[in-house]
Ligand binder design. Structure first.
Ligand code: MN
Length: 358
C-alpha cells in the first residue's frame, strides 16, 4: 500500500484534513512526504495508529508538548505517561473542588447564634511536643489556643526556628477579629506571613534550600474549623468512633501513590517517604490546601507531625483517641505510644474537642 493523500488518510483515521494540517504544523504528526510542487501532504498507512492516538490524547485534554512526548514512547511507557497525566488532572481537580467547597460553605454559612435552637460550641484543646528517643533536638512546634491549633515540623539546619517562626506568624489569628466574608483572605495572608517569617530565619543558613518546615493549622471560627495545610503533618477527625484523615500528604511518595506507581504499603516503607513536594522554605512550593469544616459537637480533631503518623498504626491512633477522657490525656498517650515504638522522630500532637459551651 502506497502513500495516502490527506483526504484518504483523513477518511481512514476519522480525523479532518484541517486537524491533520494542524498536527503537522504543531509537529505532532509529520506527513511521510510533502509534494514539492503541489504542497500536498502524503501519509504512510502505518501513521494511522499515531494519528488516532494524537486525536484521543487531544480529546483527553493533554497539552501538545506532552502528546509529542507520549507519541515518542513505546506502548508501556506511553501508558505510564497517560496514567501520570490523568492522576495530575485528578489532583488539580480535587484541589479546585476543595476550594469550591470552601467557598460554597463559606458563602452559605449562617451564624448559628441567630438560630434559636443552636447550642453555642467551643473547643477544649491540648498540645504536646516531644524530642523522641533518637533525635538530639526537637524541631517540631505544636500550639493550641482558644482559636488556633497548629503543628509545624521543621527540617534542615534551621528546622527548629523555622517551625517556631511559622507557628508564631499564625498566632495573630488568635486575637485578630476576622471580618465576616474575609476568612479565606485572612488565612491566605497568614500563610504568606508564615512563609516570610520562615524565609527570615532560614535566610542565612548555609544551605537555605535544605531548611524549612511543614505547617498544618486549624482556626476555630465559632462553628467551623478552617484548615490550612502544607507538607506531611496531618489532621485526623474522630467522629462517631470513626477516624478520618482529612489532610493529604504533600510528599513525593504520596504523589506516586496517587499516580498508581506505588502501593500505599510500598509508600509506608519507602526510604524517601519524607521527601516533601510542598513546604515553607526557600525554593519550595508553599501552596496551602485550604478547607472549611463544619464542627459537630463531640468531634475530636488530632493534628500531628509525621513522628506520630509514620510510627504508630492508624488503628492505634483511633483507639487512643476514642478512649482518652480529654485532650490532655490524648496527647500524652499518643506521644507515649510513639516513644514506646522507639521514638525515632520528634513527635507532636494537638487534640481539640468540640463541646457545647456551658
Ligand atoms: Mn518529623
Amino acid at each position: 500500500m502506497g502513500l495516502l493523500t490527506i483526504g484518504a488518510f483523513a477518511k481512514a483515521s476519522r480525523l479532518s484534513p484541517k486537524a491533520l494540517r494542524l498536527y503537522d504544523e504543531l509537529g505532532l504528526l509529520t506527513p511521510a512526504r510533502v509534494d514539492l510542487v503541489t504542497g500536498y501532504r502524503l501519509y504512510g498507512p502505518e501513521q494511522l495508529d499515531q494519528a488516532r492516538l494524537v486525536a484521543w490524547l487531544r480529546r483527553l485534554g493533554m497539552p501538545l508538548a506532552r502528546i509529542q512526548h507520549v507519541c515518542a514512547l513505546d506502548a508501556v511507557s506511553a501508558a505510564q505517561e497517560v496514567r501520570a497525566f490523568w492522576a495530575q488532572v485528578e489532583a488539580d481537580t480535587a484541589a479546585r473542588r476543595d476550594l469550591a467547597t470552601f467557598l460554597i460553605d463559606h458563602l452559605s454559612w449562617k451564624d448559628p447564634a441567630l438560630s434559636p435552637t443552636a447550642k453555642p460550641l467551643g473547643i477544649l484543646y491540648a498540645a504536646l511536643s516531644d524530642t523522641g528517643l533518637v533525635r538530639e533536638s526537637n524541631q517540631d512546634t505544636a500550639y493550641a489556643g482558644s482559636r488556633l491549633l497548629a503543628i509545624a515540623d521543621g527540617y534542615g539546619s534551621g528546622g527548629a526556628p523555622a517551625s517556631a517562626a511559622a507557628v508564631d506568624a499564625l498566632k495573630r489569628l488568635e486575637s485578630d477579629s476576622i471580618p465576616a466574608g474575609n476568612l479565606l483572605n485572612v488565612l491566605e495572608e497568614a500563610v504568606e506571613q508564615a512563609k516570610q517569617a520562615v524565609h527570615g530565619v532560614t535566610g542565612t543558613s548555609s544551605s537555605p534550600e535544605e531548611a524549612g518546615t511543614t505547617l498544618t493549622a486549624m482556626l476555630w471560627t465559632g462553628s467551623q474549623l478552617a484548615l490550612v495545610h502544607i507538607g506531611d503533618s496531618r489532621v485526623y477527625l474522630l467522629r462517631d468512633g470513626e477516624l478520618f484523615q482529612i489532610t493529604h500528604d504533600h510528599t513525593m511518595v504520596q504523589s506516586m501513590v496517587d499516580e498508581g506507581r506505588l502501593s500505599p504499603e510500598e509508600a509506608a516503607s519507602h526510604p524517601q517517604r519524607s521527601l516533601l513536594i510542598r513546604a515553607l522554605g526557600r525554593g519550595a512550593d508553599a501552596t496551602p490546601d485550604m478547607r472549611l469544616h463544619d464542627a459537630h459537637q463531640e468531634d475530636r480533631y488530632l493534628l500531628c507531625s509525621d513522628g506520630l503518623s509514620t510510627v504508630v498504626q492508624t488503628e492505634e491512633i483511633r483507639r487512643v483517641l476514642s478512649e482518652a477522657s480529654d485532650p490532655e490525656q490524648a496527647v500524652r498517650k499518643l506521644i507515649a505510644l510513639a516513644n514506646g515504638i522507639g521514638g525515632p522522630d520528634n513527635v507532636s500532637c494537638v487534640v481539640a474537642d468540640v463541646v457545647e459551651l456551658q
